[in-house]
Design a protein around this ligand. Sequence first.
Ligand code: PLP
Length: 374
Amino acid sequence: MNIQSFIPPQRTLMGPGPSDVSARVLSALARPTIGHLDPLFVGMMDEVKALLQYAFQTKNEFTIALSAPGSAGMEACFVNLVSPGDSVVVCRNGVFGQRMVENVTRLGATAIVVDCEWGRAVDPQMLEQTLAHHPEAKFVAFVHAETSTGALSDAKALCEIAHKFDCLTIVDAVTSLGGVELKVDEWGIDAIYSGSQKCLSCVPGISPISFNDKAVAVIKNRTVPVQSWFLDQSLVMAYWSGEGKRSYHHTAPVNSLYALHESLVMLKNEGLENSWERHATLHAELAKGLKGLGIEFIVPENERLPQLNSVFIPEGVDDAAVRNYLLAHYNLEIGAGLGQFAGKAWRIGLMGFTARYENVALCLAALEDALKQA
Ligand SMILES: *Cc1c(COP(=O)(O)O)cnc(C)c1O
């Protein structure tokens, strides 16, 4: 056996994540590894916290980068906040909503599901009706940007309804953070999680999370201990809290956090609003070009995610053949359909560093060519 270094090709990543990682972020990753309790590293972690507070638009003290992917951020919210026997209203309009349901039921809690059409935003009226029938509900959970379908839900409206019924909100912002408007404090989001590899365009494997005081109080007042040791945030809080002595909990992914720091500095320098604007502008460009190719969107225009464009595969076209052609001839990755849309849709990502005009042009030209071949 003669195994050599692995040298990946230079792809353009226009799928549902990971997105393209800039040379700037990749070079941050290659800086010298230092100890995770080194005072300089601790200082950098405090800056990551501050930058995440900016990205989330929150003053929440408990805002950290979990050392695990977005799925762990999801699980961290549920295992810490929900106790066995609790009732949780989960809005389900795609694959990630379904995963929330599974998280709730595995905890021995009850999921009250608001089933919404795939490819559409969550219907606020359906949530309101469900809450009116379920006074026992303690939490409302929903996915802000459903990456499986490309639908954007009105997080502000959903949070307002949840609070009217005295429920805390758990929000999946894995794909939304950095790509569309998101205001944690203004909208009253109680617990939120995201991912490093979507619109932040960092390497995969980190999940930014933020809990407000109400959510932290729920964790502190638990009578049943969190069943996951690693995700128990009452232990992690001591590791990330800035003041004075920080105690060992686990070894942070030191170099990945350099990369996250760099990607957040890039976001801060660009400005959040400018980043949202850039995603919207490039989405419009892509949509115009796709229309020219006769390709139809799944999601109605006013519910679409700019950073994840889900479209119907044209009649008679071989899904895998086209995606393989794009990869082989253009080093271009687009996403396959997921769940109900498997084999029926493509998902074209314009996330973070990928959201540049040259990529829109490449994708349109490559798709046109691939469809001619098909
Ligand atoms: C990608 C994604 C996740 C999962 O994140 P991983 O980093 O793949 O674990 C969760 N929710 C949504 C909406 C996502 O797009």
